[in-house]
Write a protein that binds this ligand. Structure first.
Ligand code: ZN
Length: 517
């Protein structure tokens, strides 16, 4: 380590009262100064060492400053909190800590709910030639974790700096369901926008009798759709899309009047919502690029080939440029456990989406709730290794609980009991088949069996996964965090093990999808 003598001298002078750790990968020289990250007890801090008379190019706000002598020279040290203000200065100074658009590169979304897992995510993707979406937060998760979009991004910028990671990453404002949320995400600096129009999908459209269907169809907001009924029918009834299947067979997609009306009634309002969000983003970003994903993964039934064809044709008609589409696939994608369903059916379904995306795009097929779906990765990797985005979010929270189970078994037991209490109300916004009654009493399980009993069991994984928000925001009667700080402390006390546990788990996903390094 080149600057180690200067840093050693600083450490001696600084005389920390609490145990101090230096993040070696963070050390970087810029404009005559040395920047690096330290941790004092459980608080991370940025240290800047610079010549005595020196004005820093960015406005870092010091918490503590001092002078020390090094080889006859006076050096100044500045210790800064890793807070939001300093994160702004950090991003201005070091461009690699800023998110950026990633376009059509294969990507993996790695949401971090605890807010300290990102170094593990960065270690997982190293050497694989894919890029990560490190800051990824849905509005739903904001409500559940009590963290703002800015805080999520700030945490990621510090983590990227800590690991010295320079390859680039994106920040995804996930599952945007209201136009006004776009503004917040933009202000926070997000570069990727996942629009979720599910509130505007008419899921009854498949069941309307033809007379009702026609009435609804005629009643669509044609003027906002910018086309007349006659013209719409004419354009779509003529449309063809030929798909060339790998076995040499050909499949042609075309609309009958009835299935066109069903697709239009089901999705037209959703498409208009997507268009409004897109236009708002365009006006905010101007000529700068951003990544745009359309998620229709939370609809009631799987998206058919014809529906996919219709949605994308409409988006193209409106000039919406998007990088990814997340369809609802056949089968069940429950959180934190493997795919439930017929693999053959998934394969046919996935192949068809890929073929349409190649013919009309290309754009990436995005797989939401993508963590732990080990049985489908070989299929995805065979059919579309280079055009996929795998979105995961809660899985690193679960993996971090392993570290808790190993080092603080009693805290882990408390978490389980609390999660079981909250499960019935927390489960409402999720598809889950978890059965809390199948869980043993954690007091009956010996310490070294805890991981196996709860984290390698599908009900246990889902219950713990779904209740993350309740755990992370629970407070005792005197207003103190019930678990949040204790979880953080155990993880930071075992920091390397924590990062490696997460990295190992995420790496299994990446190897399944993108092959070995
Ligand atoms: Zn989703």
């Amino acid at each position: 380590m080149k600057y180690s003598i200067v840093i050693d001298e600083f450490m001696r002078v600084y005389g920390a009262k609490k145990p101090l750790k230096i993040y070696e990968r963070s050390v970087i020289r810029r404009g005559g100064c040395i920047f690096f990250l330290i941790r004092e007890d459980i608080e991370k801090k940025l240290v800047i060492i610079c010549p005595f008379k020196y004005t820093l190019p960015e406005r870092f706000i010091p918490e503590e400053e001092g002078i020390f002598k090094f080889r006859d020279k006076n050096l100044r040290y500045i210790v800064c909190k890793c807070d939001g203000e300093n994160a702004l200065a950090l991003r201005r100074m070091f461009t690699f800590t800023r998110p950026r658009p990633l376009g059509l590169t294969p990507t993996i979304g790695l949401g971090d709910r605890i807010g300290i897992a990102t170094p593990g995510h960065i270690r997982a993707i190293k050497g694989f030639g894919l890029l990560p979406v490190l800051a990824q937060q849905s509005i739903r998760e904001i409500q559940r974790t009590g963290r703002t979009l800015r805080e999520v991004l700030d945490g990621v910028s510090w983590a990227v700096f800590q690991e010295g990671y320079r390859m680039g990453f994106a920040a995804d404002a996930d599952h945007l369901k209201r136009e006004e949320d776009v503004e917040d995400a933009f202000q926070a600096g997000f570069t990727m926008y996942t629009v979720d129009p599910s509130d505007y999908v008419d899921s009854e459209a498949d069941n309307y009798p033809v007379s009702v269907l026609r009435e609804r169809f005629n009643g669509l907001p044609w003027s906002e759709m910018g086309i007349g009924i006659e013209r719409f029918l004419k354009v779509y009834l003529k449309k063809r899309l030929t798909l060339y299947l790998p076995d040499g067979k050909i499949r042609e997609l075309r609309f009958s009047e009835e299935n066109l009306m069903r697709a239009a009634v089901k999705f037209s309002n959703a498409i208009l919502f997507i268009v409004r969000v897109y236009r708002r983003l365009k006006s905010l970003f101007g000529r700068r690029r951003f990544d745009f994903e359309v998620s229709i993964d939370e609809t009631e039934s799987p998206i058919s080939a014809l529906e996919h064809f219709f949605i994308v044709s409409e988006l193209r008609r409106f000039g919406v440029r998007f990088h990814g589409l997340a369809p609802r696939f056949a089968g069940r994608f429950e959180k934190a456990i493997d795919y439930i369903g017929d693999l053959k059916e998934f394969e046919e379904n996935f192949l068809m989406h890929v073929l349409i995306s190649k013919a009309l795009g290309p754009y990436k097929i995005s797989i939401h709730s993508g963590s732990d779906k080990f049985s489908i990765y070989p299929i995805v990797s065979r059919l579309a290794p280079d055009m996929v985005h795998l979105k995961t979010s809660g899985t690193s929270y679960l993996e971090s609980l392993r570290v808790i189970a190993r080092h603080e078994p009693n805290l882990f037991r408390e978490i389980i009991k609390y999660s079981l209490k909250c499960f019935e109300s927390d489960r409402r916004s999720y598809f889950t088949s978890a059965d809390p009654k199948s869980m043993p009493n954690p007091d009956d399980i010996p310490d070294r069996e805890l991981e196996r009993a709860f984290l390698e069991n599908s009900s246990g994984r889902q219950i713990l996964h779904i209740t993350f928000g309740s755990i992370l925001t629970a407070r005792s009667e005197d207003g103190k965090w019930l678990f949040r700080e204790r979880i953080k402390r155990v993880l930071l006390d075992n920091e390397e093990e924590f990062y490696e546990t997460i990295a190992a788990h995420i790496r299994r996903h990446i190897e399944g999808l993108f092959g070995q390094k």
